[in-house]
Ligand binder design. Structure first.
Ligand code: GLU
Length: 421
């Protein structure tokens, strides 16, 4: 990893880029630069095959000026403290930007979940909760799904935490199965929010309707697949999709996928990868980023668009479904190329937004209908999008800088009002 690709360095570079515009007092800027708490835990686990391993888990709590810490937990072999720190800072900005009463946190375990049995994964998740019991809680820090974790993982977290407390505590975690107090619409929320931002950005910058616009989507996990689904419902044309195993460019006469969303999902699940389905040309993940398309949606990992490939991007608009997919160096190059970028903290905020709806429903012992969740999601996403757009037009700055200025100023004002110094 080059110096520029260290995720926490990138998060700090972004913060530095707006400190001048905001004129943040040095003492507040210093406080924002480092997370309030960084917790590293050792998780020894005897696997069902008899091997004894020790995994490393993290929970980083960046800032709680606006409310309890909030953010997902990822399971991935490349999880590192730097990555979790960056992601926790981005959660602080994201919650503030979408204007929900949460701070920012992130967690992770350095593990390849595909190499563990379901039973081992459950025991590892429970160990992680045991180690962090004192640090999480409905009013303290509320985890959620992220890369390679899902509603099942959240059910284990809720159950383990509730077991330790001696009573049921659904509001300790969001993204749970519906049967256990999860919210309707939560699993599709991030992808839906991405598609809503994409639609507004297409109207604003490309001056086109969705049916006349092509999209390439990198990633076909929870976020990527729900983004594709919603884009297809909006009538958009998808020309390329990739997943961890590789990419697929549509090979139909029209140039875009003519499969229904359900058949894309079924075929890719059956074949083991989107790169193995019918009527496609197989491409690499790198080729996907450089493919001929109007809009590019990175929905996989951070640091995908770097100074190496930025100049080869053909899209005129990028909507960041992943966290941190564009490095600050790539950002500059794309800026010079007049590529508009809807930044991660705006584009993918639908997930944490519906997490907030879930938490509110849990605290009120309530359950909202899916239509109500989706209507509120749409309203909040559009408001955040147009707030960022109007600031960016007024001050003549890119969308990322506008989004950061709005969110950081909200966090600083909460810190000042509470007297944090
Ligand atoms: N992991 C998601 C994110 O990066 C959701 C976090 C949450 O719902 O707390 O935004």
């Amino acid at each position: 990893m080059s110096e520029h690709e260290d995720p926490f360095n990138n998060a700090l570079t972004q913060l530095a880029s707006i400190a001048d515009i905001l004129q943040v007092d040095p003492e507040y800027y210093e406080m924002l630069k480092s997370p309030i708490r960084e917790i590293t835990v050792s998780l020894p686990l005897k696997l069902s095959n008899g091997t004894a391993l020790t995994f490393t888990g993290y929970r980083v709590q960046h800032n709680n000026a606006r409310g309890p810490y909030k953010g997902g937990i990822r399971f991935h072999p490349k999880v590192s403290l730097s990555e979790v720190k960056a992601l926790s800072m981005w959660m602080t900005w994201k919650s503030a930007l979408i204007d929900i009463p949460f701070g920012g946190a992130k967690g992770g375990v350095s593990v390849d979940p595909r190499k563990l049995t379901l039973d081992d994964l459950e025991r590892l998740t429970r160990k992680y909760v045991d180690a962090l019991e004192q640090e999480i809680g409905p009013e303290v820090d509320i985890p959620a799904p992220d890369l390679n974790t899902n509603a099942q993982t959240m059910a284990w977290i809720m159950n383990e935490y509730s077991r330790l407390k001696g009573h049921n505590v659904p509001s300790v975690v969001t993204g749970k199965p519906i049967e256990l107090g999860g919210s309707e619409g939560r699993s599709a929320a991030t992808g839906r929010g991405v598609a809503i931002c994409a639609r507004e950005a297409v109207q604003t910058f490309l001056k086109k309707e969705m049916k006349d616009v092509t999209f390439a989507v990198q990633g076909f996990g929870n976020v990527g697949s729900n983004t594709v689904k919603t884009l297809m419902e909006m009538g958009a044309k998808i020309v390329a999709i990739s997943d961890v195993a590789g990419g697929a460019r549509a090979k139909s006469p029209s140039g875009h996928f003519e499969h229904s969303y359900d058949s894309l999902l079924q075929e890719s699940t059956k074949a083991g990868s989107i790169a193995k389905i019918s009527e496609i040309e197989e491409i690499s993940n790198h080729e996907l980023l450089e493919t001929e398309t109007d809009v590019l949606i990175p929905a996989a990992l951070e640091n995908q668009i770097t100074e190496v490939n930025a100049s080869k991007i053909k899209a005129k608009l990028i909507v960041e479904a992943a966290n941190g997919p564009t490095t600050p160096m790539a950002d500059k190059i794309l800026g010079r190329m007049n590529v508009n970028i809807v930044p991660d903290i705006l584009a993918n905020a639908g997930g944490v937004l519906v997490s907030y709806f879930e938490w509110v429903q849990n605290l009120n012992r309530d359950h909202w209908a899916e239509d109500m969740v989706n209507e509120r999601l749409e309203l909040k996403m559009k408001k955040a999008f147009y707030d960022v757009l109007s600031y960016s037009q007024k001050e003549n700055v890119e969308l990322r800088r506008a989004a950061l200025v709005l969110s950081v100023s909200r966090v600083v004002s909460a810190m000042k009002l509470s007297g944090w110094h």
